[in-house]
Design a protein around this ligand. Sequence first.
Ligand code: PMP
Length: 441
Amino acid sequence: QLNIRNEIVGINCKVPLSNGKYVTAINFDNAATTPPFKTVINDINRFAPWYSSIHRGTGYKSKYSSRMYEESRETIMEFINANLNSDTIIFVKNTTEAINKLAHRLLPEKNKNVVLSTLMEHHSNDLPWRKRFNIDYIEVDSKGRLSIADLKNKLNKYKNSVRLVTVTGASNVTGYINPIHEIAKLAHKYGAEILVDAAQLISHAPIDMKPKNSPEHIDYLAFSAHKMYAPFGIGVLIGPKSTFEKGEPEYSGGGTIDIVTHDYIKWAKSPHKDEAGSPNIIGVIALISAINTLSLIGMENIFEHEKKLLNYVIKRLKEVPDIILYGDTNNYKDRLGIITFNIKGIHHEILANILSYEGGIAVRNGCFCAHPYIHRLLNINKKIIDERIKNPDMPHPGMVRISFGLYNNFAEIDNLINLLKIISNNKKYFIEKYNSKYFLM
Ligand code: PMP
């Protein structure tokens, strides 16, 4: 039996409050990044004396590092049930790089140049597609859930010209978990492929890419290690080898070729063709360690624990005077442990700062790199957006987000609720104390 809190680095860090005292930090900002597992740091330290260049040396350490690097691909594939024969794993920096890479490598075919994204995407799964494809966005309903009816409409509208449906596994704003297999089945019916942005889902729920011949299989998956208790700088793009065998990589250089003359290039086989430059072996060691620890704890157990936290926090947030909760808070079986809110009369920026400086509680506020979704959830219309474009000094719209990790507990939620109640009951005092041009709403 693991004591999970003992497995996390920095769980007992003390942070300063506005009164000069120090408290143990509460981290409710796991959707942005997660603190590393101790096992991850230990495994990095254990490996450090042995690390050397990948595929670029004949020394023992170099060969050992190269073997660890290559063997890791299988561990990752097993974690998300990718197809060991037909899929490839490409190491990248993070989810953003993974999606940009796919947007570059997935060639628009004649009469098949539409990408269907959704209104709830992180900008990383929207902007890269705008460059080379005709993009359209699947709607969300009044509660902010993805509209499967609209997906069907759009597939019907564009028919076989849809190259890809690209959808987040779970929203980083509302935590909604999208029915990725149902979406995959619909996409495949129209001859389209599917990419799942798994940045948010990967460390909170089990993911199954399913066998290639299943109509529900996921063609492409992207995620970042820094959201799964490993450090920044390593991420993964998974997809069919056949996609990456075609075309040219967006970055070329060392490691990407078989033969080069001044007028000829023979590209290396996938995935090496897509991994230009010396690979990040320490990042890969960290990622594998994180996957092993997550598997040991059990993704189902993590999901269940965070679900309990969500149930509890939603129940308790409803006690806070003047709270506005976003997304469905009556029926929320399809939500991860992410919840966004505002308190009427306090700007989200001020509220987030008060939580930090009065309670040592780390949250995130703003638009969470998902402007179109936030505009929709806050009913911000085009006229207001146009005004903001003209006048950059206008206060930023947004919300406060709390997002759980597997180590958070009920006592931390109680601390949050107690402080939110105090803030809401003493708005004037706090607003004066944290006086800011942002006070609006
Ligand atoms: N997609 C989603 C849903 C995310 O939450 C994030 C990170 N907030 C990203 C993509 C981008 O991840 P990264 O910054 O690691 O590239």
